[in-house]
Design a binder for this molecule. Structure first.
Ligand SMILES: *[C@@H]1O[C@H](CO)[C@@H](O)[C@H](O)[C@H]1NC(C)=O
Ligand SMILES: *[C@@H]1O[C@H](CO)[C@@H](O)[C@H](O)[C@H]1NC(C)=O
Ligand SMILES: *[C@@H]1O[C@H](CO)[C@@H](O)[C@H](O)[C@H]1NC(C)=O
Length: 594
């Protein structure tokens, strides 16, 4: 069946109904999320999205547990699977996921990467920032509205759990006529045409008591398998493919398809001006939607995924199979390695694309420079906070952070490493111990190299963040992810020579007017790369409360966290604050001790 017929019919309806039909897509009250929404919930919400129909409640049960897989290797799985069950919904559906932690000795949180969490900042899934961790044997019912269409994914907040297998696709579809580039493709079948790329380590990281700071992934996977995933296509038709880099460590991946061009139509779930290319690079946590037309000779073609950095020399392959072609022969012939050519000119990066909508930024922005660099620090072992880093109870001689500090330092923002607070900042801001907090721009130099770094922001302001990768201590580029918001990437620049760049030098260049910003068509992204000896400048329209992590996704495997919290004041409903689980320390009132 040819799907384009369906588009035309829907398109006709639209012109009949005019814009009225779009009104049903105005988000509803978030109160609904606090009610018990499990009743009437739908387990599979994958369907063609239509106008004028009530959004659904899409219910999933996720059991997170250690499992021995078919190949005999252990993994941490979701319902026995890695990747976990894919979630496909229509925009404005409510996604309900009961997450049960069955991993002995571990605390968990599940992050919905790219989801805005409008009105539900307590569903963002960051232990000790937006919620108490889900302890072994207990569960947490996540419930949030899929308020924006796009390609997203979910993953355990901890790098270790994610690397061991806790991740999966999360696709928010919308009625085809609303898709800005729907005329470019015939098929948008998110269930069949999504490629989730992951990296597998030679051993489990969860609960690992060895020093694994130098451990590297041993294989790349596409939808959980190395070379066997198949994309079936009909000759002549164009397909929308969704690419997700679900790797938790420093592994950018380059994706190409033999003899087929790709037209990029969106990045991190947001539409871009279509851009045709032969290969794309995705950084950890990044997504891209591309259109591929099956216009070649009937046959089978390799979809190639090559790793870089920590995944250098690793590759995985899927097959693009034209219908009727016998792909068995293709497998027998093996995969000749056509790439990598190392020809970086032909590789396209998400943040260099242009948004398909003009940016509406007029009012001035508050500019904040974040100096990022690898620093060698003198820590006493007892100074380190290991929560959500190692996941294991640190016992001598297991001190991964201090090991990596001694070896090559730790990546910091404004010379601070991140410290998870004593209680969740979002839900109990007044119970945060004062001495652990440090404020961006007011850091005290020789005090507490690890603190809860917070950037206070206010609704209504435009925040400009200059992520400056100084490069005195490393030659690495870093990938950052912002929770809850999309960022306009207005500039990205890398110095061509080997000279580091200091904050003072950046400010001088900026004052001189040498730093050019694209304020017309900056791409909207939640995951960005900050080039070494260079910078990436983003703008955020602050319009929602919450405690939103801005975190490095590639700054070291067994190291201290590189992150800060953008904190926008938010008054949460009493009914919520009364009902959520509590965590933290307990001190009896003095009267009990008399
Ligand atoms: C990749 O292979 C090259 C050449 O064999 C080697 O020098 C390099 O160390 C390898 N990189 C990684 C990350 O294993
Ligand atoms: C496909 O090719 C394989 C190997 O070349 C052959 O054994 C098999 O019979 C073929 N299958 C069909 C349906 O033609
Ligand atoms: C960065 O690369 C340069 C050469 O390009 C080298 O001299 C320097 O030692 C490297 N720095 C680090 C921290 O590895």
């Amino acid at each position: 069946m040819k799907l384009i017929v369906f588009f035309l019919i829907v398109g006709t309806n639209i012109s009949d109904n005019g814009r009225a039909s779009l009104d049903s897509f105005v988000p509803m009250s978030t109160n609904i999320l606090l009610e018990d929404t499990t009743k009437n919930a739908d387990k599979s919400c994958y369907r063609p999205c239509k106008f004028n129909v009530k959004p659904r409640r899409c219910h999933f049960d996720f059991k997170i547990e250690p499992t021995i897989q078919e190949d005999g290797r252990p993994a941490i799985t979701v319902n026995g699977m890695t990747p976990g069950p894919p979630i496909h919904v229509c925009v404005n559906d409510v996604v309900i996921v009961v997450v049960s932690n069955k991993v002995p000795g571990q605390d968990l949180g599940i992050h919905w990467h790219g989801i805005e969490q409008k009105g539900t900042p307590f569903m963002d899934g960051v232990p000790m920032v937006t919620q108490c961790p889900i302890s072994y044997g207990s569960s947490y019912k996540y419930s949030f509205r899929a308020s924006s269409p796009g390609t997203f994914f979910y993953h355990a907040d901890s790098v270790n759990h994610q690397s061991d297998g806790v991740y999966g696709a999360l696709i928010v579809n919308q009625p085809q006529p609303l898709e800005p580039h729907s005329t470019m493709y015939d098929y948008d079948r998110s269930q069949e045409n999504t490629l989730v790329v992951a990296a597998k380590f030679p051993e489990l990281l969860t609960g690992n008591l060895e020093d694994y700071s130098q451990l590297k992934p041993s294989s790349l996977l596409i939808n959980g398998i190395e070379d066997d995933f198949k994309l079936f296509v009909l000759p002549g038709y164009a397909y929308r493919l969704r690419l997700i880099n679900a790797i938790a460590v420093s592994c950018p991946v380059v994706v190409s398809i033999d003899q087929h061009e790709m037209a990029i139509i969106s990045t991190d779930g947001k539409p871009v001006k279509p851009f045709s290319t032969s290969s794309v690079q995705l950084y950890p946590g990044e997504r891209m939607d591309v259109v591929v037309r099956a216009s070649e000779k009937t046959g089978g073609y390799w979809v190639r995924v090559h790793g870089n950095d920590a995944c250098a020399n690793l590759s995985a392959h899927a097959m693009l199979v034209y219908s009727g072609f016998n792909y068995t022969a293709m497998l027998h012939n093996g995969i000749e390695d056509a790439i990598p050519k190392g020809d970086t000119d032909t590789i396209t990066y998400g943040q260099t694309l242009e948004s398909s909508q003009e940016a509406p930024i007029i009012i001035p922005a508050r500019s904040v420079v974040l100096s990022i660099d690898r620093n060698i620090l003198q820590f006493k072992d007892t100074d380190n906070d290991f929560r959500y880093i190692s996941d294991a109870i640190p016992k001598k001689p297991f001190f991964p952070a201090s090991l990596s500090l001694k070896d090559k330092g730790v990546v910091q923002i404004n010379k601070k490493s991140f410290l998870y607070p004593n209680v969740p900042l979002l839900t109990r801001p007044t119970d945060i111990r004062k001495e652990i907090k440090c404020i961006v721009g007011k850091e005290v130099k020789n005090q507490e190299p690890q603190c809860m770094l917070v950037l206070d922001a206010n609704r209504g302001e435009i925040l400009e963040l200059v992520l400056l990768n100084e490069g005195f201590g490393s030659n690495d580029s870093f990938t950052f992810h912002l929770h809850g918001y999309s960022m306009q990437v207005v500039a990205s620049w890398q110095r061509g020579n080997d000279e580091p760049i200091s904050k003072e030098e950046f400010l001088k260049l900026d004052t001189e007017g040498s730093v050019k910003r694209n304020l017309q068509t900056p791409p909207l992204k939640d995951t960005i790369v900050v080039p070494n000896k260079g910078f990436t400048i983003v703008r955020i329209k602050v319009d929602r409360g919450g405690s939103w992590m801005l975190e490095c996704r590639s700054c070291g495997l067994a190291s201290l966290p590189t992150a800060l919290i953008i904190n926008v004041p938010e008054t949460l409903p009493k009914s919520l604050l009364n009902s959520i689980p509590k965590c933290g320390n307990y001190k009896p009132p003095d009267v009990l001790l008399n």
